[in-house]
Design a protein around this ligand. Structure first.
Ligand SMILES: Cc1cc2nc3c(=O)[nH]c(=O)nc-3n(C[C@H](O)[C@H](O)[C@H](O)COP(=O)(O)O)c2cc1C
Length: 324
């Protein structure tokens, strides 16, 4: 596992757990860390929510000593508001660096001219990076996609240079366009083109679902690091498996027993750290249960049973009833 320098910060791994809204909460990050993740992201935080609706945002930025080192990510477009939110986030959490989300393709985000919208609003993007990188105490990075529409892909290296020239200390590139959302092929050639166009670290993201696909990202793009996203849902050992595979060590299939143990630990962390109404917690538990058991041999039956579960005890009883 290599280290990577992001601005003034040296991070002792180049395999990061990606920001995952609605998924990468404290319980998820802690279980990933327990199984070998060395660096994680908070999920994205809307700058206005952090400034104006503190209670929900405070839940999203809940962290502990074991949950370090960690990066934060802000969503927004107004440089003054982003700066106010950045100060709050840095002071409340001790993040190693601050990322600006220029990748979120969700309609309500893009409608507010945030997230992936910034890919085609380069004036605002440049102002944001300049403002934040010249004001805050931690390095500032940008998470981009390879374009908004297919036709924008040819401008991706200009965008990367603009980020670097404005003060970004690293670039995270999801190798899909905004239009592709989360499916379809990842364009390794364009991530490689970004890597070759700037001298700051470039991280590849997209389809890192197995150690083999992680190696493919490194080999085909020459990237400095990777973001592991959906590949870690229900597989908290994924980052460690990738690190082992990259070092040429054998990666063995995970047993059902290990999967059940990890799921139980994850649920117990959820119970400990996630302060929400019981009905909401039950929804989270079902979602997490499905992540871990999705490729279990009888998964359709398992899925049906998990969807009926309403409490922690019921889910535990169900997990224990599954064969090892
Ligand atoms: C449920 C979900 C939530 C996500 N939330 C964020 C987020 O908060 N910030 C961000 O930059 N990217 C977010 N992403 C994008 C991922 O970080 C990653 O770039 C993308 O999923 C591609 O990687 P994958 O194909 O390996 O999953 C999210 C993706 C998913 C599926």
């Amino acid at each position: 596992m290599s280290s990577v320098k992001i601005g003034s910060k040296t991070i002792n791994t180049n395999i990061f757990l990606a920001p995952l809204a609605g998924c990468s909460d404290l319980a998820f990050r802690l279980i990933c860390r327990e199984y070998g993740a060395k660096f994680c992201f908070f999920e994205m935080l809307d700058a206005n929510s952090l400034i104006y609706s503190r209670i929900r945002s405070l839940r999203l930025i809940k962290t502990t000593e074991e949950d370090k080192p960690i990066a934060g990510q802000l969503l927004g477009r107004d440089p003054e508001k982003m700066l106010e939110a950045a100060y709050l986030l840095i002071n409340l959490t001790g993040i190693s660096f601050l990322d600006i989300n220029c990748a979120c393709p969700v309609r309500k985000v893009v409608k507010k001219k945030c997230g992936a919208y910034l890919l085609n609003d380069q004036d605002t993007l440049s102002k944001l990076i300049k403002k934040l990188s010249s004001s805050v105490s931690v390095p500032v990075t940008a998470k981009i996609r390879i374009g908004y529409l297919d036709k924008d892909k040819k401008h991706i290296t200009e965008l990367a240079k603009l980020c670097e020239g404005s003060g970004a200390a690293a670039i995270f590139v999801h190798g899909r366009t905004k239009t592709q959302m989360y499916s379809g092929d990842v364009d390794y050639d364009l991530i490689k083109a970004v890597k070759e166009s700037v001298s700051i670290p470039v991280f590849g993201s997209g389809n890192i679902l197995t150690p083999h696909l992680a190696k493919k990202m490194f080999d085909e793009t020459g990237c400095d690091g990777i973001l592991v996203a959906r590949g870690a849902l229900g597989r908290p050992w994924m980052l460690k498996d990738i690190a082992n595979y990259m070092e040429g060590k054998a990666v063995t299939a995970v047993s059902m027993e290990t999967r059940k143990t990890a799921l139980k630990k994850h649920l117990s962390l959820l119970g400990k750290y996630t302060e929400v109404k019981n009905s909401i917690r039950a929804g989270f538990m079902r979602k997490i249960g499905l992540w871990y058991l999705r490729d279990f041999a009888t998964s359709a039956k398992v899925r049906g049973s998990i969807c009926k579960v309403n409490s922690y005890d019921e889910l535990l009883t169900f997990i224990d009833s599954l064969p090892d």
